[in-house]
Design a protein around this ligand. Structure first.
Ligand code: CA
Length: 143
């Protein structure tokens, strides 16, 4: 099935454990691989060290860093600057949207969201990333 071949690896950055479980379940069911980080610092370490990540699903509110700061640091690193970043925010936080785009966020999804919509957006963003970058990421993958 084409959709499964095209599916990629999603770095889920969220400190709400129940939501992480729900996201992992939803993405894996659709053929994606997932890796979870519960803080901004942990997310940056994973993104820097794991060349197989295709997209970062990033919560705005994290225990250590704001999601926008995590995105800024991803964009500042040669190794992670190309990664698509989809930011999750609560409706009340929408005032931060402009700051997020300035920090390099590619797209937003407002909580609460429908899992189907999120998966569709992620699938489209990974597809847009294109075969060249994906091939380069595969070359850099060491394990
Ligand atoms: Ca959170």
């Amino acid at each position: 099935m084409v959709a499964r071949i095209m599916a990629g690896k999603i770095l889920i950055v969220e400190d709400e454990v129940d939501l992480v479980f729900a996201l992992e379940y939803a993405f894996r069911r659709e053929g994606f691989r997932t890796i979870a980080a519960h803080s901004g610092v942990q997310a940056l370490a994973i993104a820097e060290g794991d060349a197989g990540v295709d997209l970062v699903l990033l919560d705005l509110m994290l225990p250590d860093l704001q999601g926008t700061e995590v995105c800024r640091r991803l964009r500042a690193s040669e190794r992670t600057r190309h990664l698509p970043v989809l930011m999750m925010t609560a409706r009340a936080e929408s005032v931060d949207v402009e700051a997020g785009y300035a920090a390099g966020v590619d797209d937003y999804i407002i909580k609460p969201f429908r899992m189907q919509e999120l998966v569709a957006r992620v699938r489209a963003a990974v597809r847009r990333r294109g075969p060249v970058v994906r091939a380069a990421a595969a070359v850099h993958a060491s394990v």
